[in-house]
Design a protein around this ligand. Structure first.
Ligand SMILES: [Zn+2]
Length: 426
């Protein structure tokens, strides 16, 4: 296999590089279909005193004609991206419950007495903890120091590093082979996809299982979730492209499940070809057929998505401008990466959106990257009673509507930015 350095065009004195070939299949046949221009890191919620250090990077989205993977051209160095990551998984009840259920399913389907589970991108222990609670030996690998610490505080075993062949070897030496390797919402974050795959091949038992969850390209396209496209998400996967990747490592997908997490994800179950014991489930054929019927392997589908994205951005700008011209006060709800994308793509400043509320203590007191809108605790929103709140966390729509009945009763209105910008009337 060719060295990564040959494939990347390093830009001097810069914190990012631009790929010239596909992260999965190494083809150079990449077609651009969407350009965001310069954008800050979506998860780079900063403190006021750090403003001088803030960087912006171009964000260009391309499609690989060979393996059909959608990806971004720019690779921001992983240390810049993840050493101080601010997305804490356990913040929402929906996610916590999801992973408690996940651990139970793994136990029922695959785990035997004394099985070792390894999870990379283990975040704050949102899955490790439920595994531990079920009496399962689980080890996490997490590069973000601050987040790894949170998991350790819950009693989880975590290696503070990136998952690759080096860490895989270390784990194997110390604990033996893993029966199950998990990776959730992390497989889109890795520039050199072949490294974690090599690690998996080294660490997994021959008949072991690799399970991972990723945001799903079909959901991204159909619900116009262009706000999931940012530097931290280098790739947007489909079953078609993931099968291509796994096949390169002599692995196969034997089951797949569409799940509502992050407004549309898939859980993928894979095993070594021939050595794995699981039969290929109907779910896999079904999803392959769905992808074919939606033409996700055609460049024209992506080009259309790009054109629609610009239109949706323009219609949110129009809606907000219109409300501002009537003297309405607008705030944001949910300081996620999605909020950063909308706010920066639309160039909303803090006169347009006064602040964004968020329940995460990790983010409160910081600023939305790029446009520097303050992030405040939800209490502020309750006291302040603005006219409108743009629900950037629209993937938690039901949860928020239940929580904020008073805001609505008092005449406040939510605006959802996607799939079509609109005011939600009760
Ligand atoms: Zn490719």
């Amino acid at each position: 296999m060719e060295k990564k350095s040959k494939k990347l065009k390093k830009e001097k004195n810069s914190l990012y590089s631009t790929i010239t070939s596909c992260r999965i299949c190494k083809s150079s046949d990449l077609k651009t279909f969407l350009k965001f221009g310069d954008m800050p890191l979506a998860g780079g919620f900063i403190k006021k005193e750090e403003l001088a250090k803030e960087k912006q990077f171009p964000l260009t989205v391309v499609f690989c004609e060979r393996c059909k993977e959608t990806q971004i051209l720019e690779t921001v160095s992983s240390t810049t991206l993840f050493k101080d990551y601010r997305f804490v998984s356990s913040t929402t009840e929906t996610l916590s419950n999801h992973f408690i259920q996940y651990a139970k399913t793994m136990k029922e389907r695959f785990i035997e007495k004394n099985s070792l589970v390894v999870e990379f991108g283990s975040n704050d222990g949102v899955l490790l903890k439920p595994f531990n609670d079920l009496g399962i030996k689980a080890i996490g690998v997490e590069p973000a120091k601050n987040i790894a610490l949170l998991a350790r505080k819950k009693g989880c075993k975590v290696i503070n590093d990136f998952f690759n062949s080096k860490t895989a070897k270390e784990i194997k030496k110390k604990y033996g082979n893993a029966s199950l390797i998990c990776a959730n919402n992390v497989f889109a974050h890795i520039d050199d996809m072949h490294e974690p795959m090599k690690g998996i091949k080294l660490l997994l038992k021959e008949e072991g299982i690799f399970v991972f969850e990723v945001h799903y390209l079909i959901d991204l396209l159909e619900q116009f979730q262009f706000d999931m496209i940012y530097h931290e998400h280098m790739m947007h996967h489909s079953l078609t492209s993931l099968s291509y990747l796994l096949n390169l490592f002599d692995m196969e997908i034997f089951d797949i499940l569409r799940i509502p997490i992050h407004a549309g994800s898939i859980r993928v179950y894979a095993q070594n070809k021939k050595k794995g014991k699981e039969n290929i489930q109907e779910s896999v054929y079904k999803l392959f057929n769905l992808e074919k019927s939606r033409k996700i392997d055609h460049l024209s589908t992506l080009i259309k998505f790009g054109e629609d994205t610009y239109k949706k951005r323009d219609s949110l700008i129009k809606l907000v401008k219109n409300l501002k011209s009537q003297g309405k006060r607008i705030v944001g709800y949910g300081a996620s990466g999605r909020a950063t994308v909308h706010i920066n793509f639309c160039k909303f400043d803090n006169k347009t959106i006064e602040y964004v509320v968020d329940a995460s203590h990790e983010r409160q007191g910081r600023l939305i990257p790029g446009m520097h809108i303050p992030i405040l605790p939800p209490d502020k929103f309750k006291e302040d009673k603005p006219d409108f709140a743009i629900l950037f966390a629209y993937n938690y729509f039901e949860e928020v509507m239940k929580k904020e009945t008073n805001f609505i009763k008092n005449g406040g209105r939510f605006i959802v930015p996607l799939p079509e910008p609109k005011i939600i009337e009760p």
